[in-house]
Design a binder for this molecule. Sequence first.
Ligand code: BJW
Length: 247
Amino acid sequence: MEVPGELVGALRRARSVCVLTGAGVSAESGVPTFRDAQTGLWERYDPLELATPEAFEQNPRLVWDWYAWRRELVREAEPNPAHHALAELEELVPEFVLVTQNVDGLHRRAGSRQVVELHGNLGYVICASERTPVSPDEFVPAGEDRPPLCPRCGSYLRPDVVWFGETLSMGRISEAQAAAAGCDVFLSVGTSSVVYPAAGLASEAARSGALVVEVNPQETPLSGASDHVLRAPAGTALPALVEALKD
Ligand code: BJW
């Protein structure tokens, strides 16, 4: 695909690049996005309703099982050319921060090193009361209608992810905001750009003078405010971008 020359030039000159990714970057690995239809067992449920503290309060076992299913799906998935291209891009620029809203861990598996997991990681489990990590060999096993329990206080266990209405880790959001405000080029890849505070990072980058680029086959609220839009799947656009940079 054609990559705009101005974008390649800006990346060549860039001292610092910040990339924000969303569920679309993992779509080509077979991991469903949030706002696309779900498949199989989960087609009756809206993922945006399951990813809430209210859903966990009302039906903790259902929410636990949904994450257990996704953990298995992600374990079997492989990073795709978009993840690999971002890992390669990190090696081609002086400073690079990859901020991801994804909880699937696929960026690190592809070799990305400077990764900020804004919404957590579903591979880790925490006690819902103490908020401390619990390893699988410590779980008090699940009951028929409840998740496993914390071995220390008996509370429900939950995935270490950020649900709607919950606050993000101060350390992670500060790191992401500093990277966005300090970069020369900001790439927003595979996100619908509607969930805050992540969706605000592109405007922070633009305010500081960065070139803002969107990679998404669909229009989003960010499209009109972007300097360049690569209207293609991430697995096509990002390898093309990295190849153009190496030419
Ligand atoms: C492809 C592709 C391909 C497909 N290649 N692309 C300011 C204004 C308004 C509201 C708020 C605000 N500040 C805070 C809020 C409230 C709320 C919020 O943002 N609400 C909006 C929806 C209105 N935010 C929060 O509650 C956050 N907490 C917070 O701010 O605390 C303080 C506070 C609380 C309350 C009020 C005010 C302040 C927490 C947000 C946590 C989000 N959590 C989830 C679940 C994580 C765990 C899990 O994975 O289960 O995060 S929800 C879900 O949305 C998930 C995602 O990370 C996130 C973003 O979704 P994403 O990644 O963009 O995916 P999709 O599916 O939406 O889009 C996929 C895109 O890919 C599409 O565009 C496709 O076209 C594209 N695509 N194939 C490239 N091959």
